[in-house]
Design a protein around this ligand. Sequence first.
Ligand code: NAI
Ligand SMILES: NCC(=O)COP(=O)(O)O
Length: 337
Amino acid sequence: MESIAPLVLTPGEPAGIGPDLAVVLAADPPPVPLVVVADRFLLAERAKLLGRDLALVDYRRERQVTAQPGRLTVLHVPLAAPSRPGRLDASNGHYVLATLDRAIAGCQAGEFSALVTGPVHKGAINDAGIPFSGHTEYLAQKTGTQRVVMMLTGGGLRVALATTHLPLRAVADAITAEALEQTLRILHADLVRRFGITEPRILVAGLNPHAGEGGHLGREELEVIGPVLEKLRAERLRLVGPLPADTLFTPRVLAQGDCVLAMYHDQGLPVLKQASFGHGVNVTLGLPIVRTSVDHGTALDRAGTGEVDAGSLRAAIDLAWRLALREAAAARGAART
Ligand SMILES: NC(=O)C1=CN([C@@H]2O[C@H](COP(=O)(O)OP(=O)(O)OC[C@H]3O[C@@H](n4cnc5c(N)ncnc54)[C@H](O)[C@@H]3O)[C@@H](O)[C@H]2O)C=CC1
Ligand SMILES: NCC(=O)COP(=O)(O)O
């Protein structure tokens, strides 16, 4: 195994399935060094509840991180209040962000090579009095990045979003020429740099039914999306669209692209999740650090039951490791030149 810094995992909402997933993962760990940032007593309790043996290694004492069955290396961050599976408690909202902050700081400092996030409950964090839309927006803010792009990958698809966690009412106003151009530039650049696709072909969805039907069902395609695509095509970006979203996700059209850019969350993600739920990965593009995440939420109904599928977490760890190795190789190449 190539030697780069360990990955860091935040299990997320303590009342959700994140702690369960960390416990399940430890039984059959992926072959990469991994540090879990969480309350160690929470993990120990969840392991007990699930009837699993789990040895917790204190990261602060033992910096040598190895993957061994039945062991988890834990960087302890204390809960604010005891947590029970399935029972949200807003007083732990700050805990969730404290785990993220520690992990992000470690990635920025080179202590960790990539961040893998478990699911957080956006409502619980907001109920703690902290405005929070999602990891994607939080990571942009914490790293001082003006714009990032959410992309999910799974089931042979890559689906990126032009807007992320917005009320539907706000979506059309958020799709400005400037925002869309920046999004497409980030998507193109990261498909090249992080995913090794030399000339990525991006299929861009329209916003309105039938991509606006020539302006009769909405004008964003004519006034915003089309002109941005024209401008970037002149720079040799391979962009197709704006395409009617209802037929974009058919095999014949998908075969013509490497990635889809959907205009909003529920235009793109249901298709991706239908194709790969439980095995997909959410990756944030445009960040100065590598970050991947599970494709699912907190599944409060399953926390503490043992009925959880760790497939998406495993896929997120695998992708984070591969992206981190690529980053390290690129950095070595740059240092040589
Ligand atoms: N990466 C993240 O932080 C994400 C967080 N969320 C948040 O999660 C919360 C709950 O969202 P929902 O819409 O209910 O979606 P959800 O993904 O938590 O649950 C949907 C259904 O899938 C099941 N499920 C989800 N993951 C599973 C797993 N690994 N194994 C077995 N079953 C699983 C659940 O039991 C439920 O029946 C919301 O607050 C949402 O914002 C949602 C998506 C991603
Ligand atoms: N639907 C994706 C989601 O909610 C996760 O978003 P984020 O927390 O990764 O920004």
